[in-house]
Ligand binder design. Structure first.
Ligand code: PGA
Length: 257
């Protein structure tokens, strides 16, 4: 079965509640015709419910940027999967900014992934190597280790709900994107091979894998023309309706059916 491309906008700590709702009202008519692409926006927690409401009659999905693994409890500042259920459809887990600044470990990524699945949320699991690891030739070991850790104890049946995003840390927000060929070699090589070792080839071929890191309208075609890249997790270029819509249009033209 062909993998449907998926473009997710990770707004990070941008946009107030009002700005978020205005943004999606403007976005909907721009992308409504690109039905061959799954479209997702990931606002901040405070805007999540209002954005979900504003998108109710559209095909655009809503994702959270993180979650806690417990259903409830004494975890000041945290948001549980139970709270996201019915509001968000997706949740980003293991973003490198959470790994770096909030000390999210592989073990936490694994717990969060299991919690998301238990509440019917679709995890977008982010993996990727640092600049130092890249220069030391450790990319494949790091990425495959992150995948194995994130998916530990997750059965094959759940893999249809999981999206993986390969985001080399040195490419995030830096304007220094990985070439299409490099992204393809890690996604098609390292990541699908790791998935195949864990779940067999059929599942490895069915999981959708995005590239992320300085994706823009002028480099999007380079990614979408690669056979193993199924879309993008986008930061900066998802904050403007025209550039985000342009990314979706390029995905539609290259891979949307
Ligand atoms: P960027 O961010 O597109 O601004 O590089 C990507 C991400 O962090 O998901």
């Amino acid at each position: 079965m062909a993998r449907k491309p998926i473009i997710a906008g990770n707004w990070k700590m941008h946009k107030t509640l009002t700005e978020s709702v205005e943004f999606v009202h403007e976005l909907v008519p721009l992308v409504a015709e690109f039905t061959g692409v799954e479209q997702v926006v990931c606002p901040t927690f405070v805007a999540l419910a209002a954005v979900a409401d504003a998108l109710q009659d559209s095909d655009i999905g809503v994702g959270a940027q993180s979650l806690h693994w417990e259903a409830q409890g004494a975890f000041t500042s945290q948001i549980s999967p139970a709270m996201l259920q019915g509001i968000a459809e997706y949740v980003i887990i293991g973003h490198s900014e959470c790994r770096a600044y909030l000390h999210e470990t592989d073990e936490m990524v694994n717990k969060k992934t299991k919690a998301a699945l238990a509440y019917n949320l679709k995890p977008i699991i982010a993996v990727g190597e640092s600049n130092e690891q890249n220069e030391a030739g450790q990319t494949q070991t790091v990425v495959s280790g992150q995948i194995r850790a994130a998916l530990d104890g997750i059965d094959a049946a759940n893999m249809q709900h999981i999206i993986i995003a390969y985001e080399p840390i040195w490419a995030i927000g830096t304007g220094k994107n990985a070439s299409g060929a490099i992204a393809e070699s890690i996604i098609g090589g390292t990541i699908r091979t790791t998935l195949s070792e864990l779940y067999g080839d059929a599942i490895a071929q069915s999981v959708r894998i995005q590239y992320g890191g300085s994706v823009k309208p002028d480099n999007m075609a380079e990614y979408m023309s690669q056979p193993n890249i199924d879309g993008a997790l986008v930061g900066g270029a998802s904050l403007k309706t025209d550039s985000f819509a342009a990314l979706i249009q390029i995905a539609q033209e290259q891979k949307g059916s």
